[in-house]
Design a protein around this ligand. Structure first.
Ligand SMILES: C[S@@+](CC[C@H](N)C(=O)[O-])C[C@H]1O[C@@H](n2cnc3c(N)ncnc32)[C@H](O)[C@@H]1O
Length: 391
């Protein structure tokens, strides 16, 4: 592909990414892969270059651009050599017009600035978009971190999680023996710390109410192989990923598919039974923008409102499952106040018999919980709180 044809390909992909953000469709990564499936003429260098252009353009634009051309024209403001490739050549884009030029770069969409946790000050913003490292969680039920540090070239221990090792971003692990044998899972250090905040230990009973594909349940099972763990979710497809992962890890995890709206009835047998209930709630994903920078284009005030209502409802479903003296751990991969500290202060306003516990010895205090951020902690952004039921 000529350099101009690469720019044109990036424009076409960006058009799809923008449409997908509006329709809540697949993420940018999946769109890039799909684009090249039907374009065999593109070599690996072309693909890498186009991917970089696409993500460069996404990263520099906090607001959703009107078109792929506008997004790329914006990028060319920072990278002038790109502007010259809008040359109208055979497979390249036509010249940039005066209207398309000068789209300013931004990290946070304007409307979201007021929603940020007060800890996420402007000096923290650039780190929200820096490429994430590749963190692995060692399955300490079957191996040690020391052994895994030797197994992966360039690996270093994660600074906070006792179960983690960190590799350079572009390392490949899927085909390594350690991965295939269930000795490691790919899991951001922040996500590992949410499981750590549950203080897993053998013999206790844990409900992972929003287990998804089971990342946290697997971490809990590795740390406490003799704990009883129930993983629930309303999404059948996501939950279906858990049994094969548990088998690979040699973990025993019970699974329960819930119907939205009937969760409390379906969990009646667990009422007052759990030592720990983890609510890893659906959220804006604003803590994971460094992986999905186009996530900023998906969120709308209405969607954020719906997520906040669901988070509050999930806390109400979770609370009765906790036994007196037991704990509720609430987490979101979000840096927004309304989804994190705001959600917990509202819960405590509704429930006077719950006490705040220290969730983690890491991160910064944010209201009644802790906030981890890419800039301060080198993890994805997470809010986590731990509450104890006193009666
Ligand atoms: C942040 S994700 C969980 C990620 C998962 N814990 C992990 O570590 O990989 C939130 C999950 O909540 C689930 N969810 C949404 N509504 C739910 C409900 N009413 N009850 C239980 N889970 C729900 C979603 O399907 C999604 O999988």
């Amino acid at each position: 592909m000529t350099p101009s044809a690469r720019v044109q390909a990036a424009i076409e992909i960006l058009d799809e990414v923008i449409a997908s953000a509006v329709a809540d469709g697949p993420p940018a990564d999946a769109i890039v892969s799909r684009y090249f499936k039907t374009r065999r003429y593109a070599g690996s260098k072309d693909r890498r270059a186009v991917r970089e252009l696409v993500f460069g353009a996404i990263r520099r634009s906090g607001e959703r651009p009107v078109s792929g051309r506008a997004a790329m024209a914006g990028l060319s403001t920072d990278e002038p050599e790109l502007a010259a490739l809008f040359d109208g050549s055979a497979h390249g884009p036509g010249p940039i017009t005066d209207d398309e030029e000068r789209a300013g770069a931004s990290v946070i969409p304007e409307w979201l600035m007021a929603e940020l946790s007060p800890l996420v000050t402007a000096d923290n913003w650039p780190a929200l978009l820096v490429r994430a490292p590749l963190d692995l969680r060692c399955n300490i039920a079957s191996t040690t971190c020391e052994a895994m540090l030797e197994a992966f070239e360039g690996a270093v221990p994660t600074p906070m999680s006792p179960w983690g090792i960190r590799l350079p971003s572009d390392s490949k692990v899927d085909d390594s023996q350690a991965f295939l044998n269930g000795l490691v899972e790919v899991q951001d250090e922040g996500s590992q710390l949410i499981a750590f905040a549950c203080q897993p230990r053998d013999g206790i009973r844990i409900v992972d109410l929003c287990a998804g594909a089971g990342g946290k349940s697997l971490a809990l099972a590795a740390a406490a192989p003799v704990a009883e763990i129930l993983a629930c979710d309303t999404n059948r497809a996501r939950l279906a990923n858990l049994p094969p992962r548990a088998e690979r890890a040699g973990a025993k995890i019970d699974i329960r598919l819930l119907d939205g709206g009937r969760e409390a009835q379906q969990l009646a047998d667990w009422e007052g039974q759990a030592d720990v209930v983890l609510v890893d709630a659906p959220c804006s994903g604003s803590g994971t923008w460094r992986r999905n920078p186009e996530g900023r284009w998906r969120l709308t005030p209405a969607r954020l409102g719906r997520l906040a209502a669901l988070q509050a409802r999930l806390l109400e479903i979770a609370a009765p499952l906790v036994k007196p003296g037991g704990s509720l751990v609430y987490a979101v991969c979000s840096i927004l106040q309304r989804e994190g500290a705001g959600q917990i202060s509202a819960f405590l306003g509704r429930h006077s018999s719950w006490k705040v516990q220290e969730a983690l010895p890491f991160g910064r205090r944010d209201g009644d919980g802790r906030l981890l951020t890419p800039g301060q902690d080198g993890t994805d952004g997470f809010f986590v709180a731990r509450l104890e039921r006193s009666c």
